[in-house]
Design a protein around this ligand. Structure first.
Ligand code: ATP
Ligand code: MG
Length: 266
């Protein structure tokens, strides 16, 4: 089935470093794209299931009759489709606790890292934007996400160690290109949890100076500031658009959504 606009744009939200804002970015960028009347699917491929919980779907993560790991291994897209759930004005393919064992099972499969890509090819035609929340790792699950999307948005926290995560991601992408001839590009690097303090400003300066523009555009103009309501919204299982429509972070996500719309059509 072809979606109503006839195209689909899949984007991984990835950074091997933990806690930088991958899940928060996925949910709220997704909500911003949905606000622009796009059909949006958020895919939680992190065994932690934080996106699933942050969309109020923790029950699905725990359900015994949703063996997502087995469904991905079998390529059972019909069953997976049955668990795609409408949330607010977008859709979510939830994670399931069985993903915890999927890493071990994929590594012994032939071309295990391409299983998710195959599954998504059967799902994404129904949606204009598919955003995949990646686990904080350099492993076969994270590789699966990179290969399935082919395009990556990298949230970075404005702190001193942030450059390490980007370097690890760049090295992994290069290896996937070299070994599997994969086509993967970093579309954007988005500073998150930015504050007005001197550390934030210095780190953003360092990131600029590190020539990150070679692999992806550093979007300091769309940076997301540190806002406690973003953490509270996650706890409530809501996007910030739904939790606090007056939060100023919404404007940043809208601008980021404009950028994604622009690159998706170029
Ligand atoms: N801009 C922000 N302002 C305030 N809190 C934020 C912001 N972005 C994320 N957080 C909070 O920081 C924590 C980590 O964010 P998040 O879970 O999105 O990161 P992550 O990269 O997905 O983590 P993991 O690597 O574990 O998957 C969460 O408690 C989240 O609510
Ligand atoms: Mg996360």
């Amino acid at each position: 089935m072809v979606n109503r606009k006839g195209w689909s744009y899949t984007l991984a939200i990835a950074n091997p470093k933990g806690g930088v804002g991958k899940t928060t970015t996925t949910i709220n960028l997704g909500a911003a794209l949905a606000e622009k009347q796009h059909r949006v699917l958020l895919i939680d491929f992190d065994p932690q299931g934080h996106l699933t919980a942050g969309c109020g779907l923790k029950g699905l993560y725990l359900r015994s009759d949703f063996p997502l790991a087995d469904l991905v291994l079998r390529g059972d897209t019909d069953q997976i489709k049955a668990f795609i759930t409408p949330v607010e004005n977008f859709w979510v393919m939830p994670a399931h606790m069985s993903l915890i064992r999927l890493e071990d099972e994929l590594v012994v499969q032939r071309a295990g890292e391409t299983r998710l890509k195959k599954v998504l090819e059967a799902l994404n035609a129904d949606f204009e934007f598919c955003l995949i929340d990646s686990p904080p790792a350099v492993n076969i699950l994270a590789d699966s996400v990179l290969l399935a999307a082919g395009r990556v948005l990298v949230p970075v926290q404005a702190e001193d160690t942030s450059i390490r995560g980007i370097e690890a991601l760049e090295a992994e992408i290069q290896e996937l290109k070299d070994v599997l001839d994969a086509n993967i590009e970093i579309v954007a690097i988005v500073p998150n949890m930015v504050t007005s303090n001197s550390v934030s400003e210095r780190v953003l300066g360092d990131l600029r100076g590190n020539q990150l523009g070679q692999t992806g555009r550093l979007l300091t103009e769309y940076q997301i500031r540190k806002r406690i309501d973003l953490a509270k919204a996650w706890h409530e299982g809501k996007s910030i658009f739904n939790y606090n429509p007056r939060c100023d972070a919404i404007e940043s996500y809208r601008k980021l959504a404009d950028f994604v719309c622009q690159v998706s059509s170029s």
